[in-house]
Design a binder for this molecule. Structure first.
Ligand code: SF4
Ligand code: SF4
Length: 144
């Protein structure tokens, strides 16, 4: 998810607070969309079939959550607690939306820091370049 919502959303280890704070909140109950090429790259890298890590959310390919942990199927975690630690097992090939988070677009298509990130105050203010990158991503996500 790259549009602002109230609940937490995807991403992972950035150089900022993610690792020091042991945070994986955005990888839990994720609604992170991904392009078909990102999904195919993840499939090649993991050997998993697309259906085992994605579902279609209103026509947009979206990362699947594990039934037990309620976290992204790629998050290495044994806990369903939103405050528990976790590591992205596909960090090098994670979708662009995960890379950009907590930067998301607001309804005016401005780049903002999402309320769902508990440590958003420790991230730099998003720029116009971030907004353009997310708008380009949005266009690719809508393309079939
Ligand atoms: S792919 Fe990695 S960074 Fe993205 S939601 Fe899943 S675990 Fe988090
Ligand atoms: S919720 Fe925020 S601090 Fe936590 S892992 Fe995601 S981006 Fe990092």
């Amino acid at each position: 998810m790259f549009k602002s919502e109230t609940k937490t959303e995807p991403c992972m280890v950035k150089q900022l607070p993610c690792v020091p704070m042991g945070c994986s909140a955005c990888c839990r109950e994720t609604t992170m969309p991904l392009t078909i090429s990102e999904a195919k790259r993840l499939s090649r890298r993991t050997g998993m079939a697309l259906e085992s890590f994605t579902w279609e959310n209103n026509g947009v390919l979206t990362l699947l959550n594990d039934e037990t942990t309620r976290a992204c199927v790629f998050l290495l975690t044994a806990s369903a607690e939103s405050s528990a630690e976790g590591i992205c097992s596909v960090y090098e090939v994670r979708p662009e939306g995960c890379r950009k988070y907590p930067i998301v677009l607001n309804p005016k298509d401005e780049a903002i820091l999402d309320d769902g990130c508990p440590h958003r105050a420790q991230f730099p203010t998003p720029s116009e370049t971030d907004a353009i990158a997310l708008l380009n991503l949005e266009e690719r996500l809508m393309r079939k």
